[in-house]
Design a protein around this ligand. Sequence first.
Ligand code: B12
Ligand code: SF4
Length: 467
Amino acid sequence: MRVLLIWPRNERASLNDEMSCCEPLGLEYLAGALRKHHDVEILDERLDPPLEEWAADCEPPDVVGIAIPFTASIRPSRRASRIARAIWPTAVIVLGGHHPTVSSEWMDGFDADWVVAGEGGPSFCALLEAIERRVQPPDIAGLARYDAREEIRRGVTPAPDALQSLPMPDRTITARHRASYFHSIYQPVSLIRFSTGCPFHCNFCSLWRITERRYLVKEEERIIDELQAIDGENVYVVDDEAFIQPGRMLALADAIDDAGLRKRYHMYVRTDTALRRQDVMERWAALGLDSVLVGAESMTDGELAGYQKGTTAQQTQEAIELFHRYGVKVRANFIVDPTWGEDGFDRLERTIAELGVDLPSFSVLTPLPGTNLFDESRSQIVTDDPDMFDLWHSVLPTRLVPDRFHERLAGLFVLASGRSSDASSAVFYYGNNGAFERMIRSIRDGWDRSLYAGGDFATNGGPAHGG
Ligand code: B12
Ligand code: SF4
């Protein structure tokens, strides 16, 4: 069968495609699983012509798979489903990706037949086989008819080899865009996953809930095979936390060295994990670890405890020093709490000035679907617009008047951008001036003022989240 997989373009995204545009790794995994039996194509709407134009030159697909990688992708993915249905009325339309993996919220209004939750390969293959044989698809976890999406079975304990057993991603299918994929200073960049899941349980994060706090790994040989299939030097490791198993990471470093692979890595790591095994950080720095993203979240232990982060401000400081000792650049992300007054922003600005982090970045405390925070604060969410779940707008009532809150948030990015003027220390997106200006405008003005109108939360205390 002919299968078209679509990665949507969100033209309203604050973190726009000129700031970061990475390969659709999830779709490459699907293509890897399907290619033996089917004729697969990927339409990356960020770089290819829009679907309506693309359709003019493409063979009609039997099946269209549409990714919903973020909650903020719902609107463009919904639009893609409607266009696909209008152009190819008989094609079977299947939805999948991070958002449907964790939630059925805001999933109405699509033109679709099936929804997949979780690692898509096995269920998508089973579905396609059933479609081809014109039989009922098997009753498997993570697969539901679109009309019965609320009944989809999530949270099924993943098998220990769930990651290892996935077919290799098909990177040739996006080869035409390879030179255009970039993240920060890394261009071209390739994404890879060594592990998935996390044993911690931060209240704003959904990733530990997807695997029920299990840490699923790929074996060394498989990782080497995947690395060998990557041509370029820059590798963005998209593990939720890459260094949970220090012994394994040391062995992996040796195996990568033995294979003669010379790469430059960008990875996510917790501050406490880094401090616990400094030898592992030193080894990876020698291997090519170029920069890390650490979730600093806050420099007050009270807030950290509220987020159930399990780290301290002192650890953040020490970890930054450790990375710098080994020549690894640090991007540290801080949470901006909607309940902050002016003093919360003032404090964070002082932190940025004092902390020797190469690039601070910021996320508004957001109850993302699939998190404990979402379950606790669903009733307080002020918007039903999924676009607002980009972590750069508040979807909860703000203590400051909303205009002032978003003005101060934008101010933090402007302050941080000053640090990336020196290209050698730039570890994130703030280099591209035109795109950065658009991002700042989107933070300041890209939200609907009527959402916040009329509530008394604009001027008084609002609900308490995260300390
Ligand atoms: C890499 C990454 C990015 C990269 C690039 C993503 C890309 N390829 O373009 C960048 C830096 C650009 C990015 C940006 C953002 N990100 Co991000 N990102 C990730 C990260 C770390 C890894 C994604 C990944 O590649 N996973 C590996 C692949 C193999 O898995 P997968 O995509 O889930 O695909 C599998 C299944 O979902 C399924 N599947 C996927 N698509 C489809 C389609 C069909 C049809 C089917 C059947 C199945 C299916 O099968 C796949 C293979 O098994 C995830 C965390 C995570 N663990 O997922 C966060 C994550 C997805 N990001 C998140 C967020 C919030 C954002 C931002 C909004 C943050 C911000 N303000 O910067 C922006 C949004 C950008 C935008 N333009 O809208 C959240 C999403 C939460 C939510 N509910 O929205 C996550 C989950 C992180 C988190 N801690 O919560 N991100
Ligand atoms: S934020 Fe990081 S450390 Fe916390 S649960 Fe998520 S992946 Fe784990």
